[in-house]
Design a protein around this ligand. Structure first.
Ligand SMILES: Cc1ncc(COP(=O)(O)O)c(C=O)c1O
Length: 414
């Protein structure tokens, strides 16, 4: 029995992932195993919980900052885990990774400029670009037999437009699970450098890397000081609602500008809980992360076998990193609202692919950071409903929720 086999009890909690109002909105029912929001259904590592309890038990919440301690802990972590030397003085702390990207977009581009992102993309990237008054330019990843690659020809063309001043890179990639190799990053950097485009590298998933793959930070690539790296302990340690983000750049000019802006907005320090929980995580949470990775690999192996043996109509893209998996459901014959309705009907609380790419109507993203029993139950229920739909089709029946105006529970056109 693994500690990850049991999720903490949820009495009176208002986690978005489990919130009946959100579930009803997304799936048309709250009777789903929620595998959508990209957080974890696991208890955090003991050293983090103990540190939070220590802070709470003090009963005093005076001003208290320790950014230096945070940066030293992150820097040591990167050295140990990724063999990367990062200078603690070149970090800046911000409330979160999306805040960091939003600020960098404003630093690096002007109103009306364009920012490129590769699709499918983490759905908040589009919002962070457009709400800054910048145009979204999409470069689709190439789906080669289920595995994704960057399209350098498309990148060359789109990054050459004079109004494209920055691009967001997601490494490892949410939702397709790629961990970009050094040669791929180098090729990207050479295209970006040719067109003076700054790469904003979101590396929030950098610690969730599976056997046989290796994370390469943009900071390890010859980047002509163009690039910023952004991360946080949220994904690594399950600290989603109590983490800060950080920015790191080797570009002194950009760093100074960024620090000045962040400081002028008083954004550069977390509170005592985020600060000391972050230090505890990076200093004492390593064994927990190793156990987590082993557990996730076991879950992936189960899913892989289940899909091959019991649900061959669903195809999983190779998962190199992140706890998001990207499933191609094309062979089920379901897409868009029909697929969405089937998720609700089967209690399979995965995220529709259209959240990440309007054309990914036959895809879903599943967050596997949950007890394996929950994952198995959800996949088995999905299979039961898909089998029933296939049987009905074979008999010439079209199920009620597969008719033209499909998915009464989820379709806003009805
Ligand atoms: C790629 C990526 N970036 C950023 C975030 C959100 O980070 P934060 O909560 O620190 O803003 C997520 C969360 O799922 C993510 O997947």
């Amino acid at each position: 029995m693994s500690p990850f086999d049991t999720a903490p009890a949820k009495t009176g909690d208002t986690f978005v992932r489990h919130d009946p109002n959100f579930l009803n909105m997304v799936f048309g029912t709250d009777q789903v195993t929620p595998l959508w929001v990209a957080d974890m259904d696991f208890a955090v590592a003991n050293p983090i919980q103990e540190e939070l309890l220590r802070l709470a038990n003090r009963g005093q919440f005076s001003y208290e900052f320790n950014s230096k301690g945070v940066f030293a802990a992150i820097s040591n972590w990167f050295k140990r885990r990724h063999n990367l030397s990062l200078d603690p003085d070149k970090f800046e702390q911000v409330p979160g990774v999306l805040t960091a990207i939003a600020m960098l977009i404003r630093e690096l581009t002007e109103l009306g400029d364009s920012v490129l992102m590769q699709v499918p993309a983490y759905h908040q990237f589009g919002k962070v670009i457009s709400t800054a008054g910048r145009n979204i330019i999409k470069s689709p990843l190439r789906n080669i037999d289920g595995s994704y690659e960057m399209d350098y020809t498309d990148l060359e063309e789109k990054l050459s437009a004079p109004d494209v001043k920055a691009m967001i890179l997601c490494n490892p990639h949410n939702p397709v699970g790629r961990v970009w190799r050094r040669d791929e990053l180098e090729q990207l950097v050479s295209v970006a450098n040719r067109h003076s485009v700054t790469i904003i590298s979101d590396e929030i998933h950098s610690d969730i890397i599976y056997a046989g793959h290796r994370f390469t930070s943009m900071m390890a690539v010859d980047h002509e000081n163009h690039v910023s790296v952004i991360g946080s302990p949220a994904k690594t340690f399950g600290m989603h609602s109590i983490s800060n983000g950080y920015v790191y750049t080797g570009n002194e000019v950009l760093l100074e500008r960024f620090k000045k802006t962040a400081d002028s907005m008083y954004l550069t320090h977390g509170n005592a809980f985020t600060t000391f929980a972050t230090i505890a995580a990076y200093e004492n949470g390593e064994a927990w992360v190793d156990e987590l990775l082993t557990y996730l690999e076991g879950t992936l192996a189960w899913i892989d076998q289940f899909l091959k043996e019991d649900l061959p109509a669903i195809r999983m893209s190779p998962v190199e990193g992140t706890y998001q998996i990207w499933l191609d459901c094309s062979a089920t014959g379901l897409a868009g609202d029909d697929l969405k309705a089937t998720l609700g009907d089967s209690g399979f609380g995965a995220t529709p692919g259209t959240w990440f790419d309007q054309d990914a109507t036959q895809f879903i993203r599943v967050n596997i950071a949950a007890p394996r029993a929950d994952i198995e139950k959800a996949f088995r229920q999905f299979k039961t409903v898909l089998d029933r739909i296939a049987e009905d089709r074979a008999k010439g029946h079209v199920p009620a929720d597969q008719k033209a105006c499909s998915g009464a529970s989820t379709n806003s056109c009805c």
